[in-house]
Design a protein around this ligand. Structure first.
Ligand SMILES: NC(=O)C1=CN([C@@H]2O[C@H](COP(=O)(O)OP(=O)(O)OC[C@H]3O[C@@H](n4cnc5c(N)ncnc54)[C@H](OP(=O)(O)O)[C@@H]3O)[C@@H](O)[C@H]2O)C=CC1
Length: 460
């Protein structure tokens, strides 16, 4: 069947789109840089850009991350490894039978507007000519955790640092940490995982953060913490302030305060930053095997680094766990410009001024990307099949502005918080959109949210 739809990438979001379009009878071509599906979850992916390290396990639980159309096998653990997740993706592709729609080892070079269609130019990585095909719709699913973001601006004196530097993106196995004095920078999930690994094998592990975080354990009360939260939030919309109150109370009882472990008190409340999830980090700090440091002031020559509290240390290796840049190498900046990780999209999917272009999985949930990407693809399929319609461009722009203003109130200003969504709230938003009732429940719940927010000190 010739295809009028193109999917860029066969990582978790491209597969989400592929299985939905296949089920919905929409023919597509999918182009994938590597020779296997799975993107970031394919360890040592020959696409050359994936970030998985050997010990990687997902930090959202299996039941939150699985596709609705194909649950994960029950014999998988609560927090599967990258290998188990990649195997699951293989099984999904074969179950729905769309492997033959994916052209592997094929790079998408350009996606260009061509009247009311899109010209997609690709080239096989193993040689051969460029080929351009016209599509009515392009689903961009190239991921957003593959282009490492180094500190901007860089720290004074770093050019003269004589130790080694590594971005978390390039981290693979702990041998690089062994018997060295390691400085891990950041307090996101990469920093937490890598600092914990270093703490078992390095000579010394320092963890530097310019602001502290609420570290959330994977389990509380014998169950994955996200499942406990989902018991309520999956069923009914709960104001963020109320969610915060519940989660703060549970964490205070089972874990105490961050300052109990020697971390600074965070400058924000729970749910105002992308969560750092680790059941090991605080314990390793408690063992004295990770020393916490504030932000870096400057590198002072040789292997020395000075922190903003005036303390100084010598380190052999700096692991920059400073996040990722959003980038679409195949889209000209005049089409979409992701400067500072800012990509204004209607419901995080539709650029109002670029009909036929859609983004899948370009979000960072408190929760997991995969089922949200699947729900996005269902909505896109509705739009492609004429079962749903987009509002006017002006209306989409207004909604985007409202959503961005709400997120700015909700989250700390940071380049890591430009595409945040709440898992179940977002699923409900898409369900309303698909049912042709955009914003209906939001309007109904607005007064409740305002009262809840005022009573509980919530921002949203
Ligand atoms: N096991 C898993 O499932 C894992 C999942 N992930 C996911 O991958 C994504 C990326 O995570 P991660 O790689 O941790 O990146 P994040 O963007 O989440 O975190 C970056 C960290 O670096 C800090 N930072 C950024 N720039 C600077 C700077 N110039 N100087 C000092 N500190 C800086 C940020 O601080 P600030 O807040 O101040 O900007 C933040 O603490 C997330 O979605 C994460 O959940 C990552 C690893 C493991």
């Amino acid at each position: 069947m010739s295809a009028d739809v193109c999917i860029v990438g066969a990582g978790s979001s491209g597969i989400a789109a592929g299985q939905v379009l296949t089920r919905r009878g929409i023919a597509f071509d999918c182009f994938e840089l590597g020779s296997q599906v799975g993107g970031n979850w394919r360890y040592r992916n020959d696409n050359g850009i994936s970030a998985a390290y050997r010990s990687l396990h997902i930090n959202t639980s299996r039941r939150l991350m699985e596709f609705a159309a194909r649950p994960m096998p029950d014999d998988l653990p609560d927090f599967p490894s990258h290998a188990q997740i990649a195997a699951y993706f293989d099984e999904v592709v074969d179950h729905f039978g769309f492997r033959d729609r994916i052209r592997f080892r094929t790079e998408v070079l350009r996606v260009e507007p061509d009247g009311d269609r899109w010209a997609v130019t690709v080239r096989a990585r193993d040689g051969g000519p460029e080929r351009t095909t016209s599509y009515g719709a392009v689903l961009v699913a190239n991921g957003h955790h593959w282009d490492p973001r180094w500190p901007e601006p860089e720290h004074p004196g770093v050019d003269a640092f004589t130790g080694e530097q590594l971005h978390a993106h390039a981290y693979d196995t702990p041998d690089v940490l062994a018997d060295r004095r390691v400085l891990v920078v950041g307090i996101g999930n990469s920093a937490a995982d890598i600092a914990v690994e270093a703490s078992r094998i390095a000579d010394a592990t320092l963890l530097s953060m310019r602001r502290s975080a609420h570290v959330i354990p994977k389990y509380v009360l014998g169950r994955p913490m996200d499942e406990i939260q989902a018991l309520v939030t999956a069923r009914v919309p709960v104001p963020v302030a109320l969610q915060r109150l519940g989660a703060t109370a549970i964490l205070r009882v089972v874990q105490g305060r961050m300052s109990d472990y020697g971390l600074a008190t965070p400058d924000h409340r729970l749910l105002e930053a992308h969560p750092t999830i680790s059941s090991e980090l605080l314990g390793r700090i408690g063992h004295g095997d990770i020393a916490v440091r504030p932000g870096i002031e400057r590198f002072t020559g040789g292997r020395a680094v000075r922190f903003v509290d005036g303390t100084q240390d010598e380190v052999d290796l700096v692991v920059w766990c400073t996040g990722y840049r959003i980038r679409f190498p195949f889209l000209d900046r005049s089409v979409i410009d992701p400067a500072d990780n800012h990509v204004p999209l209607y419901h995080r999917v539709v650029p109002p001024d670029r009909p036929g272009l859609f983004f899948v999985g370009l979000l960072q949930p408190i929760g997991a990307v995969m089922p949200l990407a699947e729900a996005q693809a269902e909505w896109i399929a509705d739009l492609l099949q004429g079962r749903a319609r987009l509002p006017s461009r002006d209306a989409m722009r207004r909604t985007i502005a409202d959503e961005e203003a709400r997120m700015a109130r909700r989250y700390l200003a940071s380049k890591r918080h430009t595409i945040q969504v709440d898992h179940y709230a977002y699923l409900r938003l898409l369900a309303r959109e698909r049912a042709g009732k955009p914003g209906g429940a939001t309007r109904l719940l607005a007064p409740l949210r305002r009262v809840g927010g005022a009573l509980l000190g919530g921002r949203s």
